[in-house]
Design a protein around this ligand. Structure first.
Ligand SMILES: [Zn+2]
Length: 228
């Protein structure tokens, strides 16, 4: 899952739209930030597979250091501790946001989420493999629903979140089955294929995450633009 993670982040953060946003907005992407880094470092292993779809075009052969359930729990806990200086509340929201990543990945991932590093047992309901392009549309439905919810909720609490919302919708539209840059990368020779994949996964969460934080921070008061 990609844009869906950011949409979950917006929905969580919209309960407190004027609060420091990085614990939640970077938290929802934490496991994939680590995944990108670990792929580049060679700790995680992915293989190009043009049949994999719907927009990843890689098989995630070993992602246990960040996407096993045990790793997800530990990284989420560590993230919560890192957010602690912003108060207990934000630390808890940060940890929940980080763990939401694993929960949201579970339905779509193709049985590649180990219970713990090197475990033979894996989770993942495999909607990516089963539904193909429809899995992307399904993620779009989740994105639109959660963005609408976040927009409304932030509005009730005094912040106009049209731009953060539109950015998340644009991220969903951008990583689509037809124009995904992962598709081109899957045709690159190794090691460039996995290095490109890892870099794109990491930067694909870091850069939009930072942009979202900036948009949330500078969001105008709700209603101002309607009257102007
Ligand atoms: Zn993930």
């Amino acid at each position: 899952m990609y844009a869906g993670h950011f949409a979950i982040g917006l929905a969580l953060q919209s309960r407190m739209p004027r609060q420091t946003a990085w614990p939640v907005v970077l938290g929802v992407g934490l496991l994939d930030l680590l995944n990108g880094l670990f792929i580049v470092l060679g700790w995680d292993h992915v293989s190009p597979n043009l049949a994999a779809g719907p927009y990843l075009y890689f098989d995630l052969r070993f992602i246990d250091w960040d996407h096993s359930l045990l790793a997800a729990l530990l990284w989420s806990l560590a993230w919560g501790l890192l957010c602690w200086r912003h108060g207990r509340g934000l630390a808890a929201w940060g940890a929940v946001a980080a763990l939401s990543h694993w929960v949201a990945d579970w339905p779509v991932h193709n049985h590649d989420l180990a219970w713990y590093p090197f475990s033979d047992q894996h989770a993942g309901a495999g909607l990516w493999a089963r539904l193909g392009t429809w899995a992307w549309w399904l993620e779009g439905g989740l994105v639109l629903g959660l963005v609408a919810l976040a927009w409304r909720q932030a509005g009730h609490r005094g912040a106009d979140w049209r731009w953060p919302g539109l950015l998340v919708v644009a991220l969903w539209l951008g990583l689509n089955p037809w124009l995904s840059p992962m598709r081109a990368m899957a045709g690159w020779p190794e090691p460039w294929a996995h290095l490109g994949h890892g870099s794109l996964v990491g930067l694909g969460f870091l850069l939009p995450g930072l942009a979202l934080i900036a948009l949330i921070r500078s969001a105008p008061p709700a209603g101002r633009q309607n009257g102007a």
